[in-house]
Design a protein around this ligand. Structure first.
Ligand code: RTP
Ligand code: MG
Length: 143
């Protein structure tokens, strides 16, 4: 087992539903630890940069518009196999395919507004964490 870090975003729809605490509780109750967090309202440039890998996709414009539509909660989670475990807690990208008890089954309405983001690999996690946080802002117990 490897101690990993992953980037979590509670998206504008879920922040609007006032469920930040409920989502954090899911992370903590499964053993993931919040080691950095900030609330932000992304600019268009910040959202486009974060999702640059999707810029040729047909949904890119709608994704950027949604991610800038209100505040988000950005966090770094740490734990054993954190990347995959966080993805399991989130559920499938499309909430209609998400397993019962996952965050997207409980809090997301559509594939475009799907409540949460999580890094999809250790490598992308490192890049995404560095996009939002400096090393000094990450309060890991391992430091
Ligand atoms: P995320 O990056 O947000 O954790 O989601 P994901 O890995 O499950 O999905 P990804 O393929 O990375 O897509 C990023 C976000 O773009 C929106 N999307 N819309 N309409 C569509 O077909 C479509 N596909 C993706 C979703 O909001 C997805 O979370
Ligand atoms: Mg993704």
């Amino acid at each position: 087992m490897a101690l990993e870090r992953t980037l979590s975003i509670i998206k504008p729809d879920a922040v609007g539903k006032n469920v930040i605490g409920a989502i954090y509780n899911r992370f903590e109750s499964t053993g993931l630890r919040i080691v950095a967090a900030k609330m932000m309202h992304l600019s268009k440039e910040q959202a486009e940069g974060f999702y640059a890998e999707h810029k040729e996709r047909p949904f890119f414009g709608a994704l950027v518009e949604f991610m800038t539509s209100g505040p988000i909660m950005v966090s770094v989670l740490e734990g054993e196999n954190a990347v995959l475990r966080h993805r399991e807690i989130m559920g499938a990208t499309n909430p209609s395919e998400a397993l019962a008890g996952t965050l997207r089954a409980d809090y997301a309405e559509t594939i475009d507004e799907n409540a949460v983001h999580g890094s999809d690999a250790v490598e992308s996690a490192a890049r995404e964490i560095a996009y939002f946080f400096s090393d000094e802002e990450i309060c890991s117990r391992t430091r």
